[in-house]
Every structure is written in structure tokens, then in C-alpha cells.
Design a protein around this ligand. Structure first.
Ligand code: ADE
Length: 223
């Protein structure tokens, strides 16, 4: 998979891809991530990429032309499955969307800033608008990092058995079961007996029940 990220703040976005699972996925060439600074696509003085909004009102709007130049340049080199715009008024990201997007070949992610982008960007180029939750961030960069992390860890070969995504929360619309490691007892708090029994049938049943109970208690809306 190839991910092209369009941003005015590439430096804000780089570190999540330089550690741990995402770094390994890039090193294994299971994904490549490319940053494009929108300011490289404007001819205006001071590398201007935003302007006052028509009709008045507080806040700047990202202009259509630099974004057009950047996206059109990318699309002239290869085809893309999705051109995604990170925005608080998009469809809320969930595991199902992450699963679907992890099957993509190439995607573009556009990070918004200020009051957002000129509506014509959305009309002309964007195929999917994604929010990471009902709150407003200073820009789309951190949201893009969340989206990329959720997608990349699902690409076959990125996770090994120990970190398998199949047992993650939400994969079957349930939260993950409770987990324990050594010691077997800590300050009077014991690990459930069954997990140390070696009876894998019983352990599996216990895990299913734990997942059901946790979902019922913490996220009944998922059931
Ligand atoms: N940009 C600003 N806030 C955002 C959010 N909640 N989700 C996605 N992009 C955003």
C-alpha cells in the first residue's frame, strides 16, 4: 500500500511513522508513506495557501488551487482508491472502515486546517471524509496519524501472531476480554483460576464470556 499525505505541517506527522509497528511495516515495504507540503504547490508570495472566506466571518480557508495542483500531480502518476479528507464533520472512523481501507492499493489523505478547505476541493477531489471523533483538533494531522495507524496494522504481514489484530476489540463487534500476566496474585488480586488451568476449551469460553460482559458493561451500544 502507498499512502500520500498532504499537509501544511509535515513535521507534526512524521514521528508516528518512525517507531514501533508503523516503522517496521515501512521497513518491510508493506506500506510506503509520503508527505507533501502544500506550501510547495503555491505560486503566491509567502507560500500562501489560505485566504479570507467569502461572505465574511472569522477564520481562514484553505484555497483550492494548491490542493488541486498537489492532488492532480499525484493522480497523474498513479491511480488512487480513495482521496480522504480528515475533518470533524466526516464519517466517524471505526474498525469496519479501517478494515476496508487496509485493502486499498493507494490512498491520498488531505489534512485540513483553519476553517477547513474551500468546498470545491471536497466537491472536485474528495471521495471519503473521515472524522476521528466529535471534537475539534487544531488540524487534520493527528487525525491522519490515527487513521494511518488503524489501517497499517491491519495490512497482512504487519502484525505477527503475538500482536494479531484478530483478537483486538471491535473485530467482532465486542470489546477484547480482560488479560493478565505474572504474578498470579498481586496485593490480594488474583488471576482467574481458569486461565492457569491449561484447559484451552474452558479458557476460550471464559474469554468469550469476559468479552460479552465487558461489552455489556462498557459499550452496550455495540451489542
Ligand atoms: N480535523 C480537526 N478535527 C478533526 C477530527 N475530529 N477528525 C478528523 N479531522 C479533524
Amino acid at each position: 500500500m502507498r499512502i500520500d499525505i498532504i499537509t501544511v505541517l509535515p513535521e507534526l506527522l512524521k514521528s508516528p511513522f518512525e517507531a514501533s509497528i508503523l516503522k517496521r511495516a515501512i521497513e518491510k515495504e508493506l506500506v510506503s508513506v509520503h508527505f507533501h507540503n502544500l506550501r510547495d504547490y503555491t505560486d503566491l508570495s509567502y507560500n500562501q495557501i489560505d485566504d479570507y472566506q467569502y461572505g465574511g466571518g472569522a477564520g481562514m480557508v484553505m484555497m483550492v488551487e494548491p490542493i488541486d495542483k498537489c492532488i492532480s500531480n499525484l493522480q497523474s502518476q498513479r491511480s488512487y482508491d480513495h482521496v480522504i479528507y480528515m475533518t470533524p464533520d466526516g464519517e466517524t472512523l471505526n474498525q469496519k472502515t479501517a478494515n476496508t481501507l487496509s485493502l486499498s492499493g493507494n490512498i491520498i489523505i488531505l489534512c485540513g486546517h483553519y476553517k477547513g478547505v474551500d468546498q470545491r476541493v471536497r466537491d472536485m477531489f474528495i471521495t471519503k471524509e473521515i472524522s476521528v471523533g466529535d471534537y475539534v483538533l487544531s488540524g487534520g494531522e493527528l487525525a491522519a496519524a490515527i487513521l494511518c495507524d488503524s489501517i497499517i496494522r491491519l495490512i497482512p504481514g504487519v502484525l505477527n501472531n503475538e500482536t494479531s489484530a484478530l483478537t483486538d476489540s471491535f473485530q467482532d463487534n465486542l470489546l477484547a476480554p480482560a488479560v493478565y500476566t505474572r504474578p498470579a496474585e498481586y496485593k490480594g488480586h488474583k488471576v482467574p483460576e481458569v486461565l492457569m488451568s491449561g484447559d484451552f476449551g474452558k479458557i476460550e469460553k471464559w474469554r468469550e464470556q469476559s468479552a460479552q460482559e465487558r461489552t455489556q458493561k462498557l459499550r452496550p451500544d455495540l451489542l
